[in-house]
Write a protein that binds this ligand. Structure first.
Ligand SMILES: Cc1ncc(COP(=O)(O)O)c(C=O)c1O
Length: 310
């Protein structure tokens, strides 16, 4: 990864190479952390963070689900992120806030291990590649099932939970595919290893519901709204595996990947990215780049310090 100059760590901006933790940090051993992934885009109005508050609110909720009291508020984290982007001189970037149990106590009920927080920003291109965004990716259903609400919390974006996504991603990458699709514990379609999933069936958009162990993706929410505003019907319902092969179109949505067409699932050819996928993808790109008036409220423009005159 490409280094930036500064990282925000526990309230201070520190040089990238000095943002270090103790090897006995609790989160390193047990995965006790929650995080977010956001993107800031270059827009005509300045650098803007896409749905900043929604992401930070999801971070707070993830923390609550794991009984972690965050030492900073949403407003404090928002201002810190603005300053971090400004001081690193980015016009667009990926943003990674993370809260984790630090060094101080071991064991599984380590209430005295402090909660540390960082926000890092760096330049990160299309997660599944520019070619993937344009021409679609090859996906494979993983043999690993998505974490179940019987053992973990699919609604939380928690560090340790990502071992499940990593197993699925590793399996399918080693088999030569671009992305993994996970089924839920019932064998129904859930999501990609780091993206939500949509299908087009008889012209209707279909996406698995909250009860299918998905992460409540912010790109998913945005795409549902965009699709409805464009006049498409969107249905949240359970999806059978075979529907992935029978769909007219399939696409993935996520902050890192953005909106990516799927051109193949389990070696079933779905063809070139479809018209509906393209239509929504173009509108989503307009929205993140500030070219869609109706979605400007989704953009949190990074305030620049006012120029001193005279
Ligand atoms: C497992 C998983 N599902 C879905 C998503 C998509 O969520 P979002 O659109 O909020 O980035 C992500 C990415 O954060 C993810 O890690």
């Amino acid at each position: 990864m490409e280094k930036a100059e500064l990282i925000w760590m526990n309230g201070k901006l520190v040089p990238w190479d000095e943002a270090n933790v103790h090897v006995l940090s609790h989160g390193l051993h047990y995965g006790t952390g929650v995080f977010e992934g956001l993107r800031a885009y270059e827009t005509e109005g300045g650098t803007a963070v896409f749905r900043h508050r929604e992401h930070l609110e999801r971070l707070v909720r993830s923390a609550q689900l794991y009984y972690l009291d965050l030492p900073y508020t949403v407003d404090e984290l928002r201002s810190a992120t603005h300053e971090l982007i400004r001081r690193n001189g980015f016009t667009s970037c990926y943003i990674r806030p993370l809260a984790f149990r630090g060094y101080g106590e071991m064991g599984l009920y380590a209430q005295d291990a402090p909660i540390e927080m960082i926000v890092a920003v760096w330049e990160w291109g299309a997660y599944l590649g520019d070619d993937g965004k344009r021409n679609g990716v090859r996906a494979k259903v993983s043999s690993w099932r998505r974490i179940s609400p019987q053992g973990l919390i699919p609604h939380a974006k928690a560090s340790g939970q990502y071992l499940n996504s990593i197993l699925a991603k590793t399996e399918t990458a080693r088999a030569g595919y671009d992305e993994a699709i996970l089924l839920d514990e019932r064998g129904l379609v859930c999501e990609g290893s780091g993206e939500n999933i949509f299908l087009v069936r008889d012209g209707t958009l279909v996406t698995p519901p909250h009860t299918a162990s998905i992460l409540d993706g912010i790109t998913r929410r945005s795409v549902i709204q965009i699709a409805r505003d464009l006049g498409y019907t969107v249905v949240e319902r359970d999806v059978a595996r075979a529907e992935l092969y029978l769909a007219e179109e399939v696409f993935l949505t996520g902050t890192a990947a953005e909106l990516v067409p799927v051109r193949e699932v389990d070696d079933h050819d779905l063809g070139e990215p479809g018209e509906i996928t393209r239509h929504i993808q173009a509108k989503f790109e307009d929205a993140v780049c500030g070219r869609a008036e109706e979605y400007l409220e989704w953009l949190d423009v990074v305030e620049q310090p006012s120029k001193v005159t005279g």
